[in-house]
Ligand binder design. Structure first.
Ligand code: CUA
Length: 318
């Protein structure tokens, strides 16, 4: 009943998941034994004993009905609350999350770190540290799946999905694509390396190499946010958006991340990653109140890596 023998339980979510699944399995096995046992028992005790043996008329029993419905309802309610609690814990933002950008494409995973490093098919994380993976796709649907963490999320072109996890065990684990995405779907395999705090710091600073695939030695020249600043300067954002709060043709980038934006039609939205992405790629969708709808769509002019860099830059403008 403990699947951990087959698969490591390597994140906080995996631990919670194991409890729920263990409970479900226990009940499934118990129900199976009780129902089948009762059926076999009745078959034996009330078997036909002679040719004249007639079945008695059974008019039904309200108490049996009541308890059948009552206990099933209680059980379902308990499982609902349990599932709700675990789900809430899974999606809840935490302080000091390490943000990692993940981009799926046929047929590999690109992982961008805040210090500007990009790894292919290799996710390196720190044990006991909350992480926020911001996931998207360049082409078709993929699914970012880490079995040892019992977590996955769809990678959807044109939007971000978020996966929050806290690894609880150092070691190496599998990273799969769990959504059929064409010819080499089955080859879209990577690995997850969970390091201790000290090792992670050394790896992050380029002082430690992880195997032969880790060819990004040394400190990258620019961080993700600095790369984003270059995008801001070279891809014409700078012509209309200030970074110091002053008003130009478009709204300033200063302090907008995470705040509520009010639009021309009076509606509101929180300026999260998905909002920023949409406003860059398809700016007419939501025009901020008091500004003219003049921005050209950047779809096709910025690639997914650059959009991630730009958003990382905007996040630093507090
Ligand atoms: Cu990517 Cu399946």
């Amino acid at each position: 009943m403990d699947a951990s023998m087959a698969l490591p339980v390597a994140s906080l979510n995996a631990e919670r998941y194991q409890s729920v699944m263990g409970f479900w399995m226990l009940w499934a096995v118990l129900s199976f034994v009780i129902v089948l046992g009762a059926a076999l028992w009745f078959m034996w005790v009330y078997r036909r004993k002679s040719d004249n043996d007639k079945t008695e008329y059974v008019p039904g029993n309200h108490w049996v009905e009541f308890f059948g419905i009552f206990f099933t309802s209680v059980f379902v309610a308990v499982m609902f609350v349990w599932g709700w609690r675990d789900y809430a814990a899974m999606v809840q933002p935490r302080l000091n999350e390490t943000e990692i950008n993940v981009i799926g494409q046929k047929w590999l995973w690109n992982i961008q770190y805040a210090n500007g490093r990009t790894l292919t098919n290799h996710l390196v994380v720190e044990v006991n540290k909350p992480h926020k993976a911001i996931v998207t796709s360049k082409d078709v649907l993929h699914s970012f799946y880490i079995p040892a963490f019992r977590m996955k999320t769809d990678a959807v072109p044109g939007m971000y999905t978020v996966l929050r996890f806290t690894p609880t065990m150092t070691g190496e684990f599998d990273l799969f694509c769990a959504e059929y995405c064409g010819t080499s779907h089955s080859g879209m395999i990577g690995k997850v390396t969970v390091l201790s705090k000290e090792d992670y710091a050394r790896w992050y600073d380029g002082m430690m190499k992880l195997g032969q695939n880790d060819d990004h030695e040394g400190q990258p020249k620019l961080t993700l946010a600095q790369l984003g600043r270059k995008v801001y300067e070279t891809k014409t954002c700078v012509a209309c958006h200030s970074t110091d709060g002053s008003r130009m043709v478009g709204p300033s980038f200063k302090g907008i991340f995470g705040t509520d934006r009010v639009f021309a039609d009076g509606s509101k939205a929180n300026a999260d990653e998905n909002y920023l992405r949409e406003s860059i790629m398809n700016p007419m969708k939501k025009v901020v109140k008091g500004f003219a709808p003049q921005m050209p769509a950047m779809r096709g002019l910025l690639n997914d890596e650059e959009v991630n860099q730009l958003i990382a830059y905007i996040k630093t403008l507090k």
